[in-house]
Write a protein that binds this ligand. Structure first.
Ligand code: MN
Length: 232
């Protein structure tokens, strides 16, 4: 088979302590998966099942890179998140078996155009342009689960220019990783190469050009992102 245009580049994560790379197929994200963040966004975390949205795989940004301040917004927000990488696919995965599908974990930042999201929510429109824009998915080194074990607790934090903005613990996830995989795989078939951003704790807030944003998760190290000048 020959292609009419050059094939798009394969998105990937760099693996800690290895020369191998992890090819990325799809990026799923969980909304409002920490109770205090759900409340700060005006929801009731006690009554609502998990919900999902997506980012394009080519929105990934590596550790240390600069994200140009995106067009179409005056309210770019950070969201510190644990990222799960799927190594074994499946549909209708049982909760008890869900962690067997995990290849590894990484530190992520679910960058969000909060003003676009707010207006979309108000008039019942999709979140795609609020969440799935170019460079919207900074993600750090991928750590194999064979090294880290499964992350059910541990500090998760985010600083902007050295000032702490988010500080929580993975044990505060409303839907832990196994539940997220079981629930998501009841809606779509998961495949090797899928990433899941598992949601952010409270304390989300704005980033501006020149900011340095650092997300850290105990056991996974740091993800540093610089915010560049506004484009478009
Ligand atoms: Mn998020």
């Amino acid at each position: 088979m020959t292609w009419a245009i050059p094939c798009p580049a394969q998105s990937f994560l760099t693996i800690a302590g290895s020369d191998d790379h992890f090819p990325v197929r799809r990026i799923y994200c969980v909304g409002q998966n920490y109770a205090a963040h759900a409340r700060e966004m005006g929801s009731n975390p006690d009554q609502e099942p998990p919900f999902f949205f997506s980012k394009p795989a080519d929105a990934l940004v590596a550790d240390g890179a600069t994200v140009p301040y995106p067009p179409g917004t005056d309210s770019l927000h950070h969201e510190a998140e644990l990222v799960v990488a799927i190594g074994v696919g499946g549909a209708g995965i049982a909760r008890d078996a869900a962690l067997d599908h995990v290849w590894g974990y990484a530190v992520g930042n679910d960058l969000t155009r909060r003003d676009i999201q707010a207006s979309a929510k108000k008039i019942g429109r999709p979140w795609d342009m609020a969440k799935g824009f170019d460079h919207s998915a900074p993600c750090g080194l991928l750590h194999p689960v064979s090294v880290t074990g499964h992350l059910t607790s541990g500090a998760i934090s985010l600083t902007v220019n050295g000032e702490t903005r988010q500080s929580s613990n993975l044990s505060d996830l409303i839907w832990p990783v196994a539940d997220v995989i079981a629930y998501l795989s009841s809606l779509v078939a998961l495949a090797p190469g899928d990433l899941i951003f598992t949601g952010t704790p409270e304390g989300v807030g704005p980033l501006v050009p020149g900011d340095q944003c650092v997300v850290e998760i105990e056991g996974l190290g740091q993800l540093t992102t610089q915010i560049g000048d506004k484009t478009g």
